[in-house]
Design a protein around this ligand. Sequence first.
Ligand SMILES: [Zn+2]
Length: 258
Amino acid sequence: MGSCRIEILTILSVLLLFFFQFQSIHGWGEDGHLIVCRIAQSRLTKRAEEVVENLLPKSAENDLGSVCSWADHVKFIYHWSSALHYIDTPDNLCNYQYERDCKDGNGEKGRCVAGAINNYTTQLLNYGKHSKYNLTQALLFLSHFMGDIHQPLHVGFTSDRGGNTIDVHWYTRKQNLHHVWDDNIIETAEERVYSSNVDDFIKAIQRNITTEWDDQVKQWETCSYNKITCPDIFASEGIKAACEVGIQRCNRRFSSRR
Ligand SMILES: [Zn+2]
């Protein structure tokens, strides 16, 4: 069982890193999460595949991608979960520290996307044993949060709410920067490069995983200090990337965070 859960987590981590490396796509809206989860599920070992199939709700018909945005939909019911989708870091520092930054709006520690990844991983370690946790929810939360933490603006400056208050133009449309990364980049790539066919988009990423990015796989799989989860590495990469897209130069205006 131990190796099974490590494989699930490693594969999710690695695939999300792969996804992040794909320079033309960074946003994680409905399709972004679907793509990430479909790729992850397609690369599970036999045993991990069985575990995921057992945990998925019947209505998902064994398609993790179809329920990968569940965590976004339920945050309006599970209000406590809203803070688990992102991390606010101090303005302009361009770095992340778990102890300093992983907290919710009330300052409660561990309530951020990195803390959530650790928490739901710990819950899933109980698969096969008696557990007080709902492991189906744990799987759906973990799959979703592994996507969110790789969207650089989910680890962003506090004052601009992860780019939500920054106005930009995406082609002819006025948008906020966070939304552009969550949705518009992926939608545009899908429409223009893959004729709106998400399966072709997924195949293209899968091809890159086994060709161009092949030499990076080992590095993506490695978690420092033999930890099982690596959210701190992902979060640090996220804020660095957020700074590199030059968010300071953009106009600011309020809108809601996804
Ligand atoms: Zn989310």
